[in-house]
Design a binder for this molecule. Structure first.
Ligand code: HEC
Length: 279
């Protein structure tokens, strides 16, 4: 189906559903059920999930995965995401993790960079030049993220912490999460360490609790209805760094990997349910 049409149609449907859900709320009397806007928004999200345009990105990602590319004319089908070459089922639910061949703790994106450079001979600079899609340009790595994460849907999160380097990354991620700096002296925790907080109509998940980390992490990456674009977890982090008035982090850097590992490991035990759909 035509992508632009689908984007417009999804936004239109989303708006109608949101209006219906919120209208229902306004109609509800004092003390009745439906007073909590979060419940309405949650229903809205569930209704949208049944027709998530992220599926188009998953399909595009599969095509990229199986098409020869780069100077070596190779596909990504032998890429090892931690469970062996070519094993995709459940791989994302165990990332980030330590990889013996690189000696690094890697998240999905940094590992895809490893596969694209070693298997296909692409330069890292080419890959990271377009990490995030815009209205005019579709990012290849983001589509591959959609395809790979979808292969872990329904799988229990099990990020390993057995290796000292993994535990070190967890500790670094935790420090970064609570690290206060910038013009407002904000840390991630400034916005994400209390229950039932909201900025306007957006829930602020308490990421310091297990259930908060589980709900947040397992629903990313996600299709963003308001932007009409599929968004990776890296994008989510970058946007929060921006809200924190911090400089934009380097793509697939050890800092973002550590922060991702901290949240992902805290989500262990939950069923991964991405790619999700967000407002
Ligand atoms: C100034 C407040 C603020 C700060 C500081 C902040 N965030 Fe956020 N964060 C938000 C808001 C608002 C949202 C929801 C955005 C939306 O719905 O569009 C969000 C969403 C998220 C989500 C997705 C939650 C979900 O369920 O979809 C994650 C994960 C997250 N933030 C992590 C972080 C991390 C890690 C940091 C520190 C680097 C951080 N945030 C710093 C405001 C903040």
């Amino acid at each position: 189906m035509d992508r632009a049409f689908l984007r417009v149609a999804t936004i239109a449907i989303a708006t109608i559903v949101l209006a219906a859900v919120l209208g229902e709320r306004v109609g509800a009397g004092e003390g009745e059920e439906g007073q909590d806007p979060s419940a309405g928004i949650e229903r809205y999200r569930q209704m949208l999930e049944e027709a998530n345009p992220a599926e188009l990105d998953e399909m595009r990602g599969e095509q990229i995965w199986t098409s020869p590319a780069g100077p070596l004319h190779a596909t990504l089908e032998r890429c090892d995401l931690g469970l062996g070459p070519g094993v995709l089922k459940g791989a994302y639910a165990q990332l980030p993790r330590l990889f013996a061949d690189t000696g690094r703790v890697q998240d999905l994106e940094s590992r895809l960079i490893t596969c694209m450079t070693t298997l296909q001979g692409l330069s890292e600079a080419t890959i990271v030049a377009k990490p995030f899609s815009t209205a005019e340009m579709q990012s290849d790595i983001e589509a591959v993220v959609a395809y790979v994460t979808a292969q872990s849907r329904g799988v229990v999160m099990h990020v390993p912490l057995g290796e000292p380097q993994e535990r070190l990354a967890y500790a670094l991620g935790e420090r970064l999460f609570f690290y206060r700096a910038g013009p407002y002296d904000f840390s991630c925790a400034s916005c994400h360490s209390q229950d039932a907080r909201r900025i306007r109509l957006q829930d602020l998940p308490n990421l310091t609790t297990k259930v908060g980390a589980q709900q947040a992490y397992t629903s990313w990456p996600a299709y963003r209805v308001s932007q009409g674009l599929f968004r990776s977890f890296q994008w989510r982090l970058n946007d929060c760094f921006r809200q924190q008035r911090f400089p934009e982090p380097v793509y697939a850097s050890d800092a973002t990997i550590a922060l991702t590992l901290f949240i992902a490991a805290n989500a262990n035990g939950a069923i991964y349910s991405g790619p999700g759909i967000k407002r």
